[in-house]
Design a protein around this ligand. Structure first.
Ligand code: ZN
Ligand code: ZN
Length: 234
């Protein structure tokens, strides 16, 4: 696109920071303030549950998925960015998080050849009321960034209690029998959600995909919730 046309577009609709919406120059994605404050997830993680090794949760849960990773910790600005995307429908935040997820997946699982990307599905009535399926939007952008096809492989058959109102044990019970998966023969599927807390939803969806024929399911999210040690460090 010619520069004068870019300038004209910029004048009509200036580029804004994906998180705080401050006006930016052409090439920036985040303002320098947000760039410095986002809490990146450590890359030295347990590749199964996605946590730093001393907080590995694989001893507590026998996850069905082969691996998980997220670029950011679910706190501060990253949490605000997810809120802006999910509830204020800020699409720039979706593009930003999807690009970061794609980079992180390539870093953590460099040898895995993914066949497709899919998303944790929303209950269809909820989707038709809201008209905004955030996990699908994120997964579609991840697929685009990784040059992979996006497929709707999962379906949420019924509504269940919101996971954030439940204890860890209840979360695993709450999602049992809620999802179904389309029959398939993929070797490596990348399953996307916005946030991983216990991983109960991702795990149940991974289990359903494997029952439907997928060999390996890898998961990724924009942010991961972690607990802090007594010094407040990760
Ligand atoms: Zn900003
Ligand atoms: Zn682990």
């Amino acid at each position: 696109m010619p520069d004068f046309f870019k300038s004209w577009l910029y004048y009509l609709s200036p580029k804004r920071c994906a998180i705080c919406r401050e006006v930016l120059s052409f090439r920036e994605v985040l303002c320098s303030d947000c760039e410095g404050k986002l809490h990146q997830m450590d890359k030295n993680i347990c590749k199964r549950c996605g946590h730093v090794k001393k907080q590995c949760e694989c001893k507590n849960y026998a996850y069905h998925f082969r691996g998980f990773t997220a670029p950011f910790v679910n706190e501060g600005l990253a949490q605000e960015g997810i809120y802006g995307f999910k509830f204020l429908r800020n699409r720039d935040a979706a593009d930003f998080f999807a690009t970061e997820i794609a980079k992180r997946v390539k870093d953590i699982f460099p040898d895995v050849e993914f066949d497709v990307v899919c998303a944790i599905p929303m209950y269809r009535l909820k989707r038709s009321v809201s008209g905004f399926d955030h996990a699908e939007i994120l997964a579609t952008e991840v697929a685009r960034a990784m040059n992979l096809p996006y497929r709707r492989l999962l379906k949420k058959q019924k509504n269940c209690r919101p996971q954030h109102t439940l204890t860890a044990k209840e979360r695993f019970e709450n999602v049992k029998g809620v999802y179904t998966a389309r029959k398939n023969a993929y070797e490596n599927v990348l399953l996307i959600d916005d946030i991983k807390t216990t991983g109960a939803t991702l795990d149940e969806c991974a289990r359903r995909l494997m029952l439907a024929g997928t060999e390996n399911v890898y998961c990724a999210a924009a942010v991961i919730s972690t607990c802090k040690d007594k010094d407040g460090k990760l």
